[in-house]
Design a protein around this ligand. Structure first.
Ligand code: NAP
Length: 317
């Protein structure tokens, strides 16, 4: 059986750009809607992966720096047999430094980090993402463009060398990347990423949503490669979530508890095919997986976007 990337294409198809799709779950915007188990806040233990599989979740997201740079090794030692059940995305960009952690887009460091990820995981990741490149952008557009393009080239080369199935970019703050790409009118002749992962959901402001959409368009990322993350802004227990009514965005007849409905909206703000969410609870994971099937009222989402952007026009008297 051919291995598939979480972009919905086999690793070969991702490289050649051919249009293969996996069996659909819920479909949205022409792409499939999937839950990704995000491991940022978790201990990367076996039980969590088992709970995800039981909930029908087949994708996980980690990073070289999670668990104090031990995430890949923990996954391989705790759950090597389970890893083959998942599409695995990981990220490179943060490195150990004297007295802490630093971010870098240095090509040599990124290249070594990708090779280490393969060694430590004991398998080729389906996707390697450039982790928060905005952290190393200085605002000098010409210098930033060269630094960013060189970092992208490292990941594209890693795909060609068989070190990952596909590559992409993960931005906590999409605005610096959108500014850079707007100034450069895209990536020029540089290789194009298969995936762009951005913050998504009701906690993202108008400028964040606009920037994420601009960046995805300028990078030419297809719908299946547009991913969201952190649907509860990392704090599902915040009382603010219980003071809103996300059900108002659902089509008539759709019922869901508040947090699953909030999660469903993270596929719309901005439009993404996957959302990486952290959870250590089997019940929560099941509720999230079920919520991907909810039907959302697109007109309500459009009105909300207008309201956020201050573009809502009063009704004519
Ligand atoms: N720069 C980057 O690339 C970047 C930055 C941040 C995040 N990410 C990715 O996004 C993933 C998720 O982000 P995150 O962990 O910051 O935030 P999040 O997914 O918004 O929130 C995680 C929290 O939500 C709770 N939760 C999940 N489902 C729930 C449910 N159905 N009911 C009640 N509570 C629920 C979890 O608690 P329980 O354990 O109790 O369920 C957990 O405390 C990360 O793991 C990572 O993969 C990437």
């Amino acid at each position: 059986m051919r291995r598939r990337t979480p972009t919905g294409r086999s690793a070969t198809a991702a490289r050649t750009g051919t249009a293969e799709t996996t069996a659909p779950t819920a479909r949205v915007h022409g792409a499939e809607r999937h839950v990704v188990l995000g491991l940022y806040r978790s201990d990367h233990r076996r039980q969590q992966l088992e709970a995800a599989l039981t909930a029908g979740i087949r994708a996980l997201d980690t990073a070289s720096n999670y668990r104090d740079f031990a995430a890949h090794r923990i996954l391989a030692s705790e759950a090597a047999d389970l890893l083959s059940e998942f599409t695995v995305s990981t990220k490179v960009g943060f490195f150990r430094a004297a007295g802490g952690v630093e971010h870098s887009l240095d090509p040599g460091r990124l290249r070594r980090a990708v090779a280490e990820a393969v060694d430590e995981l004991g398998r080729v990741p389906d996707v390697v993402l450039l982790h928060s490149p905005e952290r190393s952008l200085s605002g000098d557009l010409a210098a930033d463009y060269d630094r960013f393009a060189a970092a992208c080239a490292v990941l594209a080369d890693a795909v060609a060398a068989g070190l990952c199935g596909s590559w992409g970019i993960s931005c906590w703050d999409s605005r610096p990347l959108a500014r850079l790409l707007t100034a450069g009118e895209g990536l020029g002749a540089s290789p194009r990423p298969d995936v762009l992962m951005v913050r998504s959901g009701l906690a993202v402001g108008a400028d964040g949503l606009d920037a994420a959409e601009q960046a995805a368009a300028l990078l030419g990322v297809p719908p299946a490669g547009r991913w969201g993350m952190s649907p509860f802004a990392g704090d599902a227990a915040n009382p603010a979530w219980q003071r809103i009514n996300p059900g108002a965005f659902l089509r008539p007849g759709q019922q869901a508890a508040t947090l699953p409905a909030v999660f469903r909206l993270a596929f719309e703000l901005p439009q993404v095919a996957r959302v990486a969410v952290g959870s250590t609870s089997s019940a929560h994971l099941r509720a999230l997986a079920t919520a991907t099937e909810l039907d959302v009222d697109a007109a309500q989402i459009a009105r909300y976007r207008q309201l956020l952007a201050g573009r809502l026009r009063p009704e004519a008297p």
